[in-house]
Design a binder for this molecule. Structure first.
Ligand code: GLU
Length: 308
């Protein structure tokens, strides 16, 4: 939960950038890009470019069964058509499984994880309801029954000390993992690594200094910071912007049938994203080409103008 308002910081640029700014956009290819994901791409790109930083593209194709055929190609083609330029090679999470396994091994050596054989039904029966969903009762933390099958997930032991961070836009955010989230899964019983683990390992691997993403991920951040602490990683800075909602107040997503952004609509969609991000660009017809719009947007980027 948020406990204190943001300290007032002025300007879009980070004057205290000591080391190199490295940002990223990390779409999950469960579908093509829609307006919501385009805002994440735009905000992370502008924040990196306005800070003379690097901007990396990472395809989070972790959950292979959920990867939609053709989605990766269509995401890349759209970003290219819209004039996004990423530095360095694209990183694919599907090629990083050994890195995730190494992290699990490290956490196993430091005794921070345990195997869990609880079924979904058992979890539901014993869990309590927390502010962000069901809190696992910790049943297998005390050891699994002898009858446990081989289908086991891997859970991380959480504690209840406050984990807090200062979000550049939202202010101070504090969470107590054990009472608000519970011991969470790092590797599912079907062998798929959890987003929380993969994102932390890859943000460190790519030396990401700044994470700019939608505030639907705000309550995931304390879990990620805890993992960074356990693995001895540097903590990036965070900026969570409000996400775009449809007319029913739902998050724009593939499940909610958000329309795909179309290749031909680059200028229009980036202009719309800038408006959403509070950047108040001059009218669209003032820009002959999308490059002109990007130049304007990089010059004028001010994250303080994003509505909270
Ligand atoms: N892959 C995540 C998504 O598409 C984003 C992860 C992140 O930015 O940390 O929602």
């Amino acid at each position: 939960m948020i406990v204190r308002p943001r300290k007032k910081l002025k300007k879009g640029n980070l004057h205290n950038t000591l080391s190199e700014y490295r940002g990223r956009f990390a779409p999950s290819p469960s579908g093509s890009l829609h307006f919501g994901s385009l805002i994440a791409a735009t905000a992370s790109y502008l924040d990196a470019k306005a800070n003379q930083g690097k901007w990396l593209l990472r395809i989070e194709d972790l959950d292979q069964p959920r990867v939609q055929a053709g989605a990766i190609r269509s995401i890349i083609r759209l970003l290219e058509a819209y004039g996004f330029e990423w530095d360095e090679e694209i990183l694919y999470q599907s090629q990083r499984f050994s890195a995730y396994e190494s992290a699990i091994n490290e956490l196993s050596l430091s005794k921070h994880i345990y195997p869990c054989c609880c079924t979904r039904k058992q979890i539901k029966q014993t869990a309590t309801m927390g502010p962000y969903g069901l809190i696992y009762a910790g049943t297998c933390r005390r050891g699994m029954p002898i009858s446990a099958g081989s289908q086991q997930s891997t859970r991380l032991i959480t504690h209840n000390d406050a984990i807090s961070f200062e979000d550049r836009l939202q202010g101070e955010y504090v969470q107590h993992l054990s009472s608000e989230i519970g011991d969470f899964v790092l590797k599912r019983s079907d062998g798929i690594y959890a987003y929380q683990l993969a994102v932390v390992v890859d943000d460190d691997y790519q030396k990401i200094s700044d994470i700019v993403r939608g505030n639907d991920l705000l309550d995931n951040t304390a879990r990620q910071i805890y993992l960074q602490q356990l693995l001895g990683y540097k903590q990036p800075r965070y900026l969570h912007f409000p996400i775009a909602l449809d007319e029913n107040g739902n998050k724009l997503s593939k499940t909610n049938h958000a329309p795909e952004a179309e290749i031909k609509d680059g200028l229009k969609n980036i202009h719309k994203s800038l408006q959403f991000l509070g950047q108040m660009p001059p009218k669209m017809t003032d820009f002959a080409h999308i490059t002109d719009l990007w130049n304007w947007a990089i010059d004028h980027w001010d994250y303080n103008k994003i509505m909270r």
